[in-house]
Design a protein around this ligand. Structure first.
Ligand code: FE2
Length: 178
């Protein structure tokens, strides 16, 4: 890795690139998962969920582009292939196929929990070593957390309880929400 930025030390730049590469693969996986849900959702709430997802796909693809270009700016080589997604991710492939809106949204809530918790860990870690990267991660997290609210709003009752409360796996959340 030869660095094109002089603002970070070698060690710090390498660590930031590592964090960003994991985020790039997570974002690439996320926009594929969102499209998969867009294609597989069924039932009375089909159209609302089908149409809610496409703008998020566009947003997430744009975020992947921003992250990849930050990697390049720091002197790294962004890996955007399917193989990179496979090797970088610590989570399983999205587990639902054709299913109801409630099942997919509950599973998607679990997906966003995982994504955002790692994003926030990245925000904490980049605080000192690269506040510019941190600023990118914070801005993205604000929009992703807002979308998670959109998802959860479909799964909430008037008391603010979620249909899939206490479930932390996609299949567990889907089973309880269905
Ligand atoms: Fe479509």
């Amino acid at each position: 890795m030869s660095f094109t930025t002089s603002w970070l030390g070698d060690k710090e730049a390498r660590r930031v690139v590592e964090i960003l590469q994991e985020r790039l693969s997570a974002l690439n996986d996320l926009h594929l998962t969102l499209k998969h849900i867009h294609w597989n959702v069924v039932g009375p709430n089909f159209i609302g969920v089908h149409e809610m997802i496409d703008p998020q796909v566009t947003l997430v693809r744009g975020y992947a582009d921003t992250i990849a270009e930050r990697i390049a700016t720091l002197g790294g080589s962004p890996r955007g292939t399917a193989h990179a997604i496979e090797t970088d991710r610590s989570w399983d492939d999205y587990s639902l196929g054709r299913d109801t809106a409630q099942a997919h949204l509950a599973a998607l809530d679990v997906v966003y929990d995982g994504f955002i918790s790692t994003q926030r860990a990245g925000i904490t870690e980049t605080e000192e070593i690269d506040p510019v990267t941190q600023d990118i991660l914070i801005g993205q997290s604000a929009e992703l957390e807002k979308f998670q609210w959109f998802v959860r709003a479909h799964l909430e009752n008037a008391a603010g309880e979620l249909t899939h409360a206490g479930q932390h796996t996609e299949t567990g959340a889907a089973d309880q929400a269905r």
